[in-house]
Design a protein around this ligand. Sequence first.
Ligand code: GAP
Length: 456
Amino acid sequence: MTKAMPEKLTMEKLVSLCKRRGFIFQSSEIYGGLASCWDYGPLGVELKNNVKAAWWQSVVRQRDDTVGIDASILMHPRVWEASGHVAGFSDPFSTCLACGRNWRMDQMGETVRCPECGGELSEPAPASLMLETFLGPVRATSQITYLRPETAQGIFVNFQNVLNSTRKKLPFGIAQIGKAFRNEITPGNFTFRTREFEQMEIEYFVKPGTDEQWFNHWVTERFNWYINLGIREENLHLREHSKDELAHYARSCTDIEYLFPFGWSELEGVANRTDFDLRQHANHSGENMSYFDDQSQERYTPYVIEPSAGVDRSALAFLADAYAEELDDKGDLRVVLHLHPALAPIKVAMLPLSRSEKLVPLAKEVYENLRRHWMVQYDDAQSIGRRYRRQDEIGTPFCVTVDFQSLEDNQVTIRDRDSMRQMRVPIAGLGACLAAKLGGEPFEVLPPGGAYWLGF
Ligand code: GAP
């Protein structure tokens, strides 16, 4: 029998793995699915929560100059007039007069006919990306508002609230994670471009004149965040926006792009929004949106540097970058997700060698201990080899096996996902050992009884 050989990742493979293993399902699948909407399954929600926690840790908890908020999705409709979204948040689109497909004309290059059927295209017209909704139970008297197209405006309108309640001084940032909605003309590429997605945004307020320096700071910080969480540097690059692709609020913007299986595409944008938003809100609301700088004794409207990342795109990039097909030492193919331990949905799998009544109590006891600290999965179905493969495929960094010898010597076997190496460790030291590894330390074999074994 010929053995399978490693192949390159395609989107089809990634979509199939995500469905098969419970990362991502199509929304409303039993009704035929809702285009461009996706549901995160048991592993997907863990991955996504881990991405958000890693971001929050890095931009809020580990910085003295940033605080977080959680603003509501629904906002006063005048917010979107002031922000320029009602008038200007649109993409030029044309419809094919033959097959009825819609196309974004700014992505078509020189093409003047339908790329699908070659049909004639309608005159390009702007299509608003705003998703409208109605507030109030009676349609006739209800108010039209929008599902926010970016989380940023929830931050701008709270600028003075945060300033007054935290007594922060410039430069400082406000961070937020939340859902955003856009009526995209051409959603696609799985979770890359959808109509409902999640953003992780920081609005970083600075003194005008220092904006370029802070812009560079944030581009570097954010680029390194992806690298530190395991994305290979050759798969990331920076791309500066040309003047004609800048959003209506931005003076400059640099995208952090990832080499997805479908090509280089935006993961995150870092924009210099100047004082555009605060000024617009000051003008439209009549409220004071300026800042008094007690060092320079000046009052001014701060400039804003905005690193804006997508949770779904980040999760997709982490999955794609982690995916590998490898041959093991027997020449068998294994699919493995080399996810950073901080992102892995399951940190440890507890695998009793068999379902023997003798083994189960010990396996369960160790499992109960570990799950107080991490997301741990107990798996006793099928052979140990198959169980290792299942855990490799979902990116579990460590498997712990309890066998009959464990009953005698109080030791278990830890198996490392990436090297597939195994080592015996005393159960008492398992917690300390795994804690060091799951914190991202390199996997090295230390002798039992060494300083490492601190007990649980
Ligand atoms: N507040 C600025 C802003 O919203 P953006 O470049 O339009 O800027 C920021 O969006 C990030 O949000 C993108 O880099 C991407 O990661 C994510 N994003 C935007 N539109 C998306 C969509 N339709 N589907 C999934 N993610 C999206």
